[in-house]
Design a protein around this ligand. Structure first.
Ligand code: UD1
Ligand code: CA
Length: 484
């Protein structure tokens, strides 16, 4: 991150009052998310390292929702309400009216729907601005349609910005466009905004008109160019997907350069809020979201969705869905495993295939290898839970706890009816329904004794393939105990 310099803006103004009609959404446009953050949060994350004294977000459409997002993510940002969207120039005037009149220095103006801008772009713009009245961030586009064009004089100084719909054919042929990101001298901006009109095709107060006003007053206007992919504004859901893919590549590239292996970066979707340590390996089709963190040497994938989950060093997680889980050092999870909030796996623990866990602590080296539900439980170190065990934690009204000691062997298909406790070193017999606590070292057997009704098949299913097979078996005995 570049360190703030005296070229840093005094204030940042983010324009976010528009509806975003083309999104066809009930949600204000700037609250749509890519890479785990709303569009407006991406913009504020890019401006934050500039450490401006004031950050003002202009809100209008869906303002309560936008204000709620700002209050939770960017509590230091203030808002200015633009109740009627009279144009970008008007929006900036509304924002400036909320700032102290005596404030001087420079102001960074940008839109809330440009999630691909980087702090480096803004720092470069800020640096280049020193001594100018206005500096515009521009880019050369192959298809400039819809953008304002940068019109330069014969000596290549910036003359003005002309909107697509107001441009002449000659101006439309220009490929350098206005990104909608600018630095202005605060006093000169206030003065120029007082002079803009609305005599254009849309009848709006255009912020872009400030440029020709400043030039006509003899002030210096500069332009700084950045890469095309940094200035994309999201107007519809196709552009939202494009922005998401650009961010995915950027995020994955950064992790690869920091020492993380990605087998297929195109199918690895890592939120900007996730952290990964070096020598972790990300296999295809992995979605890591929220506050998920992956430690060194862990292997994730293929086919995982992990949200707010902590994965310790050396763990292996295959085909797993997890939310709010903690996966211990060198532990192993999957395939087809579902870890819900409050799941904690100790060092070297295992949650195997078709296992669901919720609010459950699995001790160091303990294992739930197959086909089990573990809810509201504490399981001691070295304990093995047999296949198809169910922690019966719900009586239809309330949830109850199960506590299992160290080095316990729970037999396959045990029902542990909570609340219940199994002492250290105890065993349960396969197929038991455990309703009472089991003392340390005991073997609990809780099932009916087996009864064989001899010759039942031959008598009750005569002539069937089963009956024929039974008759042909030399060990077959009839009900009187005689051989066949
Ligand atoms: C604007 C620029 C154009 C530039 C383009 C870059 C103007 C007149 N044109 O055009 O030169 O190439 O951005 O993307 O500025 N907004 C408000 N209040 C308003 C009007 C707009 O808050 O009254 C907000 C919108 O929500 C949006 C931003 O300002 O976030 C830009 O407005 P928009 O109408 O999308 O401008 P463009 O036509 O894209
Ligand atoms: Ca726009």
């Amino acid at each position: 991150m570049p360190t703030p310099t005296n070229a840093s803006p005094t204030a940042v103004i983010v324009l976010a009052a528009g509806q975003g009609t083309r999104m066809k959404s009930d949600l204000p446009k700037v609250l749509h998310s890519v890479a785990g953050r709303t569009l407006v949060s991406h913009v504020l994350a890019a401006t934050a390292p500039l450490s401006a004294e004031h950050t003002v977000v202009v809100v209008g459409h869906g303002r309560e929702l936008v204000e709620a997002e700002l209050a939770s993510q960017w509590p230091k940002a203030t808002t200015a309400v633009q109740s009627e969207q009279l144009g970008t120039g008007h929006a900036v005037s509304v924002a400036l009216a909320t700032l102290p009149e005596a404030l001087s220095g420079s102001v960074l103006v940008l839109a809330g729907d440009t999630p691909l801008l980087t702090t480096v772009d803004l720092a470069n713009l800020s640096q280049a601005h020193a001594g100018a009245s206005a500096t515009i961030l521009t880019a050369h586009l192959e298809n400039a349609f819809g953008y304002g064009r940068i019109v330069r004089d014969s000596d290549s100084t910036v003359n003005s910005i002309v909107e697509e719909r107001d441009a002449s054919d000659e101006q439309r042929a220009l490929t350098e466009v206005n990104s909608g990101v600018y630095m202005f001298d605060l006093g000169l901006l206030r003065n120029a905004l007082g002079k803009i009109g609305s005599s254009n095709d849309q009848g709006e107060q255009y912020l872009t008109d400030v440029i020709s006003i400043l030039r006509s007053e003899g002030h210096t206007v500069r332009a700084v160019e950045t890469h095309e992919s940094h200035i994309l504004g999201v107007n519809d859901r196709r552009q939202l997907a494009v922005a998401g893919a650009v961010l995915r590549d950027r995020i994955n590239d950064a992790w690869m350069l920091s020492g993380v292996t990605f087998v297929d970066p195109a199918t690895s979707w890592i939120d900007s809020t996730v952290t990964i340590e070096r020598d972790a390996v990300i296999l295809p089709n992995v979605l890591l979201t929220g506050s998920t963190s992956v430690a060194s040497r862990a292997t994730i994938g293929p086919d995982c969705s992990l949200h707010d989950t902590t994965i310790a060093a050396g763990a292996t997680v295959i085909r797993t869905t997890a939310n709010g889980a903690v996966i211990g050092t060198d532990s192993s999870v999957g395939p087809y495993t579902y870890l819900r909030p409050g799941t904690v796996l100790g060092t070297g623990a295992r949650a195997g295939g078709f296992v669901e866990m919720k609010n459950a602590h699995l001790g160091d080296g303990a294992k739930v290898p197959h086909l089990s539900y573990v809810g509201d439980a504490t399981i001691g170190e070295g304990t093995n839970i047999g296949a198809a065990t169910v922690f019966v934690n719900y009586d239809g009204v309330a949830k109850h706890e199960t506590v299992i000691g160290k080095h316990v062997r729970i037999g396959s298909d045990t029902m542990l009816v909570a609340p219940v406790t199994v002492g250290d070193g105890a065993y349960t017999a396969a197929g038991s329904v455990i309703t009472d606590s089991v003392p340390a070292g005991a073997m609990a057997v809780a099932r009916a004794r087996q009864r064989n009704i001899l010759d039942w098949v031959v008598r009750r299913r005569p002539g069937s393939k089963s009956a024929q097979a039974a008759m042909a078996d030399s060990t077959h005995t009839n009900s009187s105990g005689e051989g066949a």
